[in-house]
Write a protein that binds this ligand. Structure first.
Ligand SMILES: [Fe+2]
Ligand SMILES: [Fe+2]
Length: 160
């Protein structure tokens, strides 16, 4: 059968690892919402990119995630957030996990890292956002509403 008689089916649009939901994901803290939107974009692009681009994009996601977590930790310190230790500990755990997949990528293990980016990482993000990040956002909004200024001094959020 010729290729013309049996054309390849059109490619399916790539499935998103995370879909940003306006009714669920915004936490009403501008710095956090911006980092989270960017995180979602980076994860989705990484989940669907060709293998040859994966390691480079994974590195960008790691850098962005480090900055995202550092910014939240700075906001926690400056606002006297009581659960700083627990929240920062969870950030560290995820950075360690990403680093482990990064080391696997150096040995050519794209498949394992991609499946983490497609399912494990999005699941973690949804839960972390709804629990620890939501608690931080509520605390920050209350502190700011009382008139206390809490600002990031470092330019911790990277530009994509
Ligand atoms: Fe966050
Ligand atoms: Fe967080």
């Amino acid at each position: 059968m010729s290729a013309e008689a049996n054309p390849a089916p059109p490619l399916e649009p790539a499935a998103l690892a995370i879909t940003w939901q306006d009714d669920r994901h915004p936490l009403r803290v501008a710095e956090m919402d911006l980092a989270h939107r960017e995180f979602v974009e980076l994860v989705n692009a990484l989940a669907n990119c060709p293998d040859r681009e994966f390691a480079e994009r994974f590195k960008s996601l790691m850098n962005h995630t480090r900055a995202h977590f550092a910014a939240e930790e700075e906001l926690m310190m400056k606002s006297g957030f009581p659960a700083l230790g627990e929240h920062a500990g969870e950030h560290k755990r995820v950075i360690d996990e990403l680093s482990q997949f990064g080391r696997g990528l150096n040995r050519g293990r794209v498949f394992l890292a991609r499946s983490y980016v497609q399912s494990g990482l999005p699941e973690w993000f949804s839960l972390h956002l709804a629990t620890m990040d939501a608690a931080l956002a509520a605390h920050l909004n209350a502190v700011r509403a009382s008139g206390v200024q809490v600002e990031l001094t470092r330019n911790t959020l990277p530009v994509l």
